[in-house]
Design a protein around this ligand. Structure first.
Ligand SMILES: [Zn+2]
Ligand SMILES: [Zn+2]
Length: 149
């Protein structure tokens, strides 16, 4: 399905913005306050790689990669992410990594999507704003460590 929409890809300094409200495409809350990273609730997803699976906690600071639980994943391996609640795939419906051509995952925010590369060790990521601008307003009026999406 081709959507005609303005699209803004943001380049933000790593760690400047915290993700507080990440959801799967079906709307499940992915935030996990029982596993904190940088004093913020982490983003909890299921991973599968080469017949093995588990839970990984993603760094909620956009552009930082202090993830927990990825030690089992071999460097350079392509993984799949899914929602730990409803099992829907978190694979981005289109697009590939501009660094390594790997597949991307997508996490939904209120008014935007964060995508990242599914290859362990590749830190390619991008944010796309899809709402009417309220997310942009929030970003630029509250830019700093306490910003949230
Ligand atoms: Zn879900
Ligand atoms: Zn990549």
């Amino acid at each position: 399905m081709e959507e005609r929409r303005e699209r803004i890809v943001l380049q933000l300094p790593g760690g400047a913005v915290g993700i507080r409200r990440a959801r799967c495409p079906n709307g499940c809350d992915l935030m996990d306050a029982t596993a904190m990273i940088h004093d913020l609730p982490s983003i909890r997803v299921r991973y599968d790689v080469a017949g093995k699976g588990g839970i990984i906690h993603l760094d909620p600071l956009y552009g930082r990669f202090d993830n927990l639980g990825e030690g089992e994943i071999p460097a350079g391996a392509m993984v799949e992410f899914s929602c730990p609640s409803c099992s829907v795939s978190l694979r981005a419906p289109e697009g590939t990594c501009e660094t390594c051509a790997g597949n991307l995952f997508a996490i939904h925010l209120p008014g935007g999507i964060v995508e990242g590369c599914l290859r362990r060790g590749c830190h390619y990521h991008r944010m796309t704003i899809v709402d009417d601008g309220s997310l942009m307003d929030r970003l630029f009026s509250e830019h700093g460590r306490d910003s949230y999406l």
